[in-house]
Ligand binder design. Structure first.
Ligand code: SF4
Ligand code: SF4
Length: 468
């Protein structure tokens, strides 16, 4: 049975008037807003919702839980109730907002143009600023999101330690002992989902420029990511190679940093803004045709940097717009240029999973499919519900592991029906989640790879054939 939003109103909850609520809401109910100072879900955005419910069946959490409060419509209703001062910004509200994957499938389904991503991200910003989470949660969020992720040297040190742990045999010994399940904070699950640290890290390439192979047609910059620098070095190298084979000179600025996607999704908008300013400066040089990313989650936030400066630190808004206008997902870029089609054949049956932040947030759906179809002898089989989240969603699979596992199981059932040998996607987080799904499945030999890794292999096959 659906939970009625009215029943979760905290009896007698008094909401303080936000000093900037008037400017924020500009709606008829702004004077009693339960939101505190700062950015918050805005009337001009949530008022577009006509409560039609067409988004419900697109929403993974509603499909799994069947609870209105865990649907897009229900969450928007709760946001409105908080703004009206009728629902406390308290435990119930936080629970339902936290359970959202921020996958934005509801945006695709919505006939009214509700920009749900903006709403949930602003709501999480409010939670971060004005709700006191349990001490352990506060500690872990602070440690990971503020003290480690934004700092490349600290992240690299952690990556080195993790690499020793993973390669020395210690990891297997600890896993076999079962000791991790005795610790709080889902440590067991974190360990199982931790990406393998690669050697060498891609950080070695920061500050270099990779020349185009053949005549230079474009000059692009590459965003190497933060965790991807450590755990997806091969993917980053394949991306740069594929770009170079397509006539791109690839600049990899050394002073770039984490894009801030995890911070935006977790509501740490102050840190996200600092990271955005850093990246806008790092990629500020002229003469670039595009700024390329191979991570859909990063790309969505990079394209939406201006949203971070609409109401706060307005002086960066125009620079953010100029930066974001040049950001392209690598598949989007390659599909927009005259593609180098010197591909060798790859005789395999593949299926493609749309990363939520590429399909729903960036509306890039056909580009990856066109690229995959360009490789000789690749048989692309469409995946049923390819646009439904696999359960990765940043660190959702760690924080809400039970629900994420249910989503992954459904995804793998759809994959099984395609009888595909390889699962192809376009986001590092999805690669990790789908690989976990393959490990747990009856067909453990299946490969999971990024679109550009497949293209890279097809180019290599062509050149191997040409030289033999
Ligand atoms: S589809 Fe759009 S307008 Fe309809 S309930 Fe969902 S968010 Fe609101
Ligand atoms: S972002 Fe995804 S999980 Fe959240 S309400 Fe929309 S469809 Fe549901």
């Amino acid at each position: 049975m659906s939970e009625n939003p009215e029943t979760v109103l905290a009896p007698g909850a008094k909401a303080e008037r936000s000093p900037d609520a008037g400017a924020r809401a500009a709606g008829p109910t702004a004077s009693h807003s339960g939101y505190g100072p700062g950015e918050a879900p805005r009337w001009r955005e949530y008022s577009k919702c006509i409560h039609c419910g067409l988004c419900l069946n697109a929403c993974p959490t509603y499909r799994e839980l069947g609870v209105e409060m865990d649907s897009p419509r229900g969450r928007i209703y709760q946001m409105i109730q908080v703004d009206r001062g009728k629902l406390a910004l308290g435990e119930s509200f936080v629970r339902h907002m936290d359970l959202c994957l921020d996958c934005r499938a509801c945006e695709t389904a919505c006939p009214s143009g509700v920009e749900y991503g903006r709403l949930i991200e602003a709501a999480r910003g409010q939670i971060q600023e004005h709700y006191r989470r349990p001490a352990a949660s506060r500690f872990l969020r602070r440690l990971f999101l503020r003290e480690i992720l934004p700092h490349r040297r600290r992240l690299e040190l952690l990556g080195r330690l993790l690499r020793v742990y993973q390669r020395s045999g210690l990891e297997q010994a600890v896993a076999a002992s079962g000791v991790l399940s005795l610790f709080p904070g889902n440590l067991d699950r974190v360990s199982k989902l931790s990406p393998r640290m690669e050697k060498p890290f891609f950080t070695k390439q920061l500050g270099t420029t990779i020349p185009a192979i053949g005549p230079r047609r474009f000059r692009v910059a590459f965003i190497a990511g933060c965790i991807a620098n450590l755990a997806f070095a091969h993917l980053n190298e394949a991306t740069v190679r594929v770009l170079a084979r397509n006539g791109c000179e690839v600049v990899i600025p050394s002073n770039q940093g984490c894009c801030g996607a995890l911070h935006v999704h977790a509501g740490l908008r102050d840190v996200a803004r600092q990271l955005a300013v850093k990246n806008i400066r790092a990629f500020g040089g002229g003469g670039l045709d595009a700024i390329i990313t191979n991570a859909a989650g990063c790309g969505a936030v990079l394209k939406e940097y201006p949203q971070l400066f609409e109401d706060v630190e307005r002086e960066h808004y125009e620079a953010a717009q100029a930066f974001s206008a040049r950001v392209k997902d690598v598949t989007e870029f390659l599909a927009s240029i005259e593609l180098n089609r010197s591909f060798g054949a790859i005789k395999t049956r593949i299926t493609y999973q749309d990363p939520c932040h590429l399909g729903h947030a960036q509306r890039v759906r056909q580009a990856p499919r066109r690229l995959l179809s360009a490789v000789p002898e690749v048989e692309l089989v469409e995946l049923k519900e390819a646009e439904i989240c696999c359960g990765s969603a940043g660190i959702y699979n760690v924080v809400h592991s039970e629900l994420a596992s249910r989503l992954l199981r459904s995804k793998m059932q759809c994959v099984d029906r395609t009888r595909a040998d390889w699962i192809v996607t376009a986001n590092p987080g999805c690669l990790l989640q789908l690989r976990a799904g393959v490990r747990a499945s009856s067909l453990p030999g299946r490969r999971v790879l990024h679109v550009v890794e497949l293209l890279d292999e097809a180019y290599a096959a062509f050149h191997a054939g040409a030289s033999s």
